[in-house]
Structure formats: structure tokens, C-alpha cells
Write a protein that binds this ligand. Sequence first.
Ligand code: SAH
Ligand code: SF4
Ligand code: F3S
Length: 481
Amino acid sequence: MYHEIDLDKIDRNAEPPAEEPDRQYYFMAKCREWVREFEQKNGRRPCFFTQTFGCQMNAKDSEKLSGILGKIGYVEAQTEDADFVLYNTCTVRENANKRVYGRLGQLGVQKRKHPEMIIALCGCMMQEQQVVERIRTSYRFVDLIFGTHNIFQLAELIWRRLEQARAVTEVWNGTEQIVENLPAQRKYPFKSGVNIMFGCNNFCSYCIVPYVRGRERSRSPEEIIREIEALVKDGVVEVMLLGQNVNSYGKTLEQPITFAQLLRQIEQVEGLERIRFMTSHPKDLSDQLINVMAASSKICPHLHLPLQSGSSRILERMNRRYTKESYLDLAFKIKRAVPGISLTTDIIVGFPGETEEDFLETMDVVEQVGFDSAFTFIYSKRTGTPAAAMEDQVPEAVVKDRFDRLLKRVQEIGARVSGCQLHTVQKVLVEEVNDHDASLVTGRLGNNTLVHFLGSNDLIGKIVDVYLEEFKGFYYMGAMR
Ligand code: SAH
Ligand code: SF4
Ligand code: F3S
């Protein structure tokens, strides 16, 4: 395996290799030399802190970045009081950007006290030119800026920063490249995200993701299976397959395969117990996939199926390419095929031109489907997207009122729907000791609902039978059988 490579065996005085990932291992070796010098001088290793601001794909990227830093010899710190601070940013809604600027302001104060600290920014926000310009002018203490397409270059960029002793900015507009076999540090020993594709080609009219993550690219099934096999060998029992639109997986491969076919292959991996995936776009969800889910004992009975709006008129303006009716048909078909499946969703309120009637259509879908839970978002205008140029933006007070009504219904319905397994015994993957009460452990059912029960930390990572005794709105209290 590549990431078991001994950096000491790499000739650091040779020219850097042109091929990836060899080139990055070369720069990791160079940086490691620097880390050793740091250690000799300071009597300790340098430490790093990373913060993820975005979605699961963003979090997965952070694990890769931490893996590279760990390989170089940095140790992880729990706070920003560190030698290397990295923010992996998100720009899907304006709030995400605001949080980054707020935290950066505080970091600037800290850097004045510790001028030798390195501050790095990466992720989706950095793919926006106006953001990079603002940071270059108003946050001049930032040392390193890179985007979503070249996170694999972290070691090379750190080395460049150390050598040049001035700020480095390297943001790519896009890439065809998928660099495999880099180190990664997992947050949990027993479960892991696995990228199956990158980018998005859907261009929903409100969404910035296609602009900051680039065109859709699928990883080869061989690489995916190899990674999952290695993870299982290392103790992983649950994988979450990640992509902006997993249902269009494989279309761009030299030998195209479907997502359903990929799932069948992954199911064969011995020792793997649970498979989850996200996100599914309703327009591409095939009957073949529903059949695979229905027949599988490993694919979890949970589907995140973003609705965005229940109004066919708004869906068209959103460029979602399905209608209220086709969404409902799909949701009912899945519920029939996989009894007990939990459906969750994303909904945007206040998209330009949304009328009260449109909003009531959304409420109607919420009532009819009965989602276990829903992430509800207030529409956020993203510069450069088609929706940002639409004229009839909805007044804030109207949006707020609709948002509150929706949230209330979503919670009421969720509390009713997700309690339906009460008084049954279910398989639970134990994830952690309970935050509030150390005599309890917390785990997840196949359908993703949380359950707390008496237990100790030796259960973590195990799948056990739990009797669901009590339902508390959105989680269960249970007892191990
Ligand atoms: N690829 C996924 C979504 C990724 S973004 C999909 O197609 O479902 C996660 C969620 O953020 C989206 O489902 C949407 O509900 C929300 N979102 C995206 N852009 C937004 C915007 N401009 N304003 C508010 N919410 C937005
Ligand atoms: Fe954004 Fe639509 Fe792509 Fe999801 S499918 S990432 S909402 S453009
Ligand atoms: Fe945010 Fe980028 Fe994910 S914009 S939601 S971190 S793909």
C-alpha cells in the first residue's frame, strides 16, 4: 500500500517526480525533514488543527488533509492554538461564508501573538475569485490558499510556503485528475466515508456546487472496492458512499457501470456490514437501484432524497428536472419496495418567485410522504448562479414565516414517523459513549435513527441487538438484548 511508504527511503535531494502520487510523497518527505528540525529546535513536534465547514464530502477531504499532515509528522491539536491551522470552507449558503470570516478575524488576533503560525484556507469558498481577492486584501495574514481540485497537493504547497516564506495561492479552475493512494486519517475507526465521484453536472439554478466542485468524475469501481477492502481490514464495518449525485455514478467511466451495479459489487466485500450513500437525485433514481436496495441485507434502509420544493413550477425554475407528481410516485414506490425505509430530505424555502400556493405544495408533499427528518434551508442567493439574477426574490419576512411553519410540521411529522419501531429489537452500530451520561452508549439503527442504552466503551464499533423501549421525539432509549 502506498501510504505505508517509508518517507525516509525517498531521495529528498533528487528532482521532484512528475507523477502523482509519487510527487506528493516526495514533498511529504521534504516537509518531514523540516518537522524534524522544528522538533530539535523546540523540543516538541509542530501541531495542526483543522476545521470542516461543509458537507460530508468536505469532511472527507479534511480527513485526507489530516492524513497528509500526520504523515509529515504534525500532531493533531484540539484547538486553534496550533502551529498550522487549516479551515476547509463551504460556500453553499451565505451563512457558511460568514462563519469563516468570523473565525478568521479571531485567528488574525492569535497570529499577531504567534507570528510563526501558518494559516491555510481551502475548500469550496476558495474556488470563488472574489473570496480569494477579499482574503488577499483584508486578511493578509493568511499563508496558504488552495481550492477543491488540488487538496492532494497539500505537502507540495506547504513546502513552497516554507521555502518562499511568503503567501502561496494555488486554485485550479477544474481538473480531470483523481489522485489515488494518499494517506487519510479517519475520524471513526469503525465507519468511513468513501468518495465514489466528484463534482456535479446538474446545475440546479440556486446551487454553487457545480461551479466550485467542477464537472462530474467517477472513481473506477476497482479503486473503490480496493479502498473499501482495505478499510474493512482496518476495522471498518460501515461505509458511506459519497457523491453529489450518486445515482449518476459511472456514466463518465471508460467502461460505464451504474450505481446499482457498483452497489452489488460493494455488497460482496466480506466483513462489510452496512452500506449507506448520499446524495441521491430524484431524477436519476432507477428501478434497478430500488431493486438492489430491496434485495440487500447490507444497504441500510435509509434514503436521503432531496425534494427542494413541492411545486412543479418552482422545481422547473430550479432546474431539478422532476415534478411534484413524479417525486411522490418515486417516494411511494420506494416505500412499497423497502418496507420501513426511512426517507429524509432537503427543502429550500423562499426560492425566487415562490408564492404561498407554491409553498403549500411543498407542505403537501411533506404531509403525504412523511419524512423521518428534513433539513430545511432559507434560500440563499449565490453570486453567479442563474437564480441570483431572477427578479422576484421573496421578502425576508415572508420567507421567515414560511420557514417556521415548515419546520414545525417537519418536526411533528418526523416525531410520529421515526418512532414506528418502538417495542421492537433492532441491530444497532454502537458509535460512542453518551456525551451527557457516561453509563450510556449511543448508536444508530440501520435507518439512521439514534438510540441510547446502557453499555460501555468496549461496545464501540460493534453491531448489537437492542430493544427499543421508549421514543423521545427523534431518538430512542433502549436496552441491549
Ligand atoms: N447534491 C445534493 C445537495 C448538495 S447541497 C443534492 O442535489 O441534493 C445540500 C443542500 O443545500 C441542497 O440539497 C439544498 O437543499 C441546499 N442548498 C443548496 N444551495 C442552496 C442555496 N443557494 N440556498 C439555500 N439552500 C441551498
Ligand atoms: Fe447542487 Fe443540484 Fe448538484 Fe445537488 S445536484 S450539488 S443541488 S447542482
Ligand atoms: Fe459546501 Fe462545498 Fe459541500 S459548497 S456543501 S462544502 S460541496
